[in-house]
Design a protein around this ligand. Structure first.
Ligand code: SAH
Length: 381
């Protein structure tokens, strides 16, 4: 990892930095799902999944969260000299036990159907051993489709994609801190809530779920494609209730929509450096990226100030661990934009409450509860 970025991270983690990097390379041992409590109960979903051979467990603190256990790490012994290189996103899913599909492949060697092939990242880290289901010739000439079945990977989690509960929209894969974020927002019937970075709709749909469809939600994302993905999540979960989904640049919401002082609550879940999302297989972010992201994130906080009601609540969350994107942005919101940080009604479980130069925030750490790195702050105007 770049030196400058390492020193940014050591502002938070100090002497625990190398332990942190080690944790970031591994997935958390629990993989979380949110239960769609508008359609079912947690107990029913757990037994439905169990009937299909998948064991899940209720979270001890969060009443609509369940988790699967991730097994590993295992060694990969593929006994082959054939290698396929995949992109980093595909590498992560293979590392967790998923099969190999055509789109993630970057470089290959010749293979026949039924061959063993080692799948590696661009920098040659092995992520899985697969048995091919097609020949190299066929795969190269198609745009999608299965290429190999994963027979060995460092980690394994049961796949829920084919289960009834998933297909019926009764569960939604989401990290525990993300699930906690909407509880912190605590939507109430009748409120007007603006989700400024809504797609693919994990938190928007949770807001609808928690208010039984009785909040008015304006859910924004930057493009038509993103809004389409958001709507399809809401439709799949049966939670497209009172949501106005808009494709626009929410940094200009105060100029483009007539909403001055109108919102009871706002959620800002902006693009971030994702350094808390585990596992990370390549640390290729630079300090320049972090600075740019931090400046970008501030623009949402600034625009939101105009549309939030006096006394309204804003929840800011990121799945990263740099101070520039978290604490420093909240400090900016308080010092430059005149928000205050406040205590939420729902104190986030598993988070460490932090104070920094007079502001408060909540930090989820890979070190304390084996969670993703994540940050939440609650502001009021
Ligand atoms: N809250 C979402 C995840 C949001 S990820 C969930 O829980 O599912 C961050 C999102 O911010 C991305 O979808 C990205 O497209 C969106 N985004 C980035 N810049 C934006 C802008 N200027 N205006 C609105 N949305 C933006």
């Amino acid at each position: 990892m770049e030196k400058l970025l390492l020193s940014e991270l050591s502002r938070v983690y100090g002497s625990l930095l190398s332990e942190l990097l080690e944790k970031l390379r591994r997935p958390p041992r629990r993989l979380y799902l949110r239960v769609n409590t508008l359609k079912t109960t947690r107990e029913r979903v757990i037994s439905m999944l169990s009937e299909e051979g998948i064991e899940t467990y209720p979270d001890e603190e969060v009443d609509d969260a369940i988790f699967l256990e991730v097994k590993g790490p295992f060694n990969i012994e593929c006994n082959t000299d054939k290698k396929i290189i995949v992109d980093d996103k595909t590498a992560i899913s293979l590392l967790m036990g998923a099969n190999l599909y055509r789109p993630g492949i970057r470089k290959w060697v010749a293979f026949e159907k039924g061959d063993r092939v080692l799948v590696v990242t661009g920098d040659n880290t092995p992520v899985a051993c697969v048995e091919t289901t097609t020949s190299h010739y066929h795969a190269i000439n198609s745009e999608k489709g299965l290429v190999g079945v994963n027979i060995q990977s460092p980690y394994r989690a049961p796949s829920i994609a084919e289960t009834k509960a998933y297909l019926k929209g009764l569960i939604y894969p989401q990290s525990l801190p993300s699930i906690i974020t909407s509880h912190v927002l605590n939507p109430k019937p009748g409120e007007l809530i603006i989700d400024m970075n809504a797609s693919p709709g994990g938190k928007t749909s949770h807001v609808v779920q928690l208010s039984i469809g009785r909040t008015r939600v304006i859910a924004i994302d930057r493009s038509e494609g993103k809004v389409k993905a958001l709507k399809s999540t809401l439709d799949w979960l049966g939670l497209n209730l009172n949501v106005l989904a808009l494709p626009m640049d929410s940094r200009y919401i105060h100029l483009d929509l007539n909403l001055q002082n109108k919102a009871d609550k706002i959620l800002i879940d902006p693009p971030c450096s994702n350094l808390g999302v585990r596992p990370i297989i390549a640390f290729n972010r630079t300090m320049r990226d972090i600075i740019n992201l931090s400046n970008y994130q501030r623009q949402f906080l600034k625009a939101a100030y105009h549309v939030l009601k006096p006394g309204g609540i804003l929840v800011y969350s990121t799945c990263t661990i740099t101070m520039l994107e978290n604490e420093e942005n909240i400090l900016y919101a308080v010092n430059e934009l005149k928000y205050n940080t406040v205590e939420p009604d729902y104190a986030p479980p598993y988070a460490e409450k932090i104070s920094y130069k007079g502001i408060t925030g909540y930090r989820f750490s890979p070190l304390s509860h084996d969670l993703p790195g994540y940050f939440i702050a609650v502001l009021s105007k």
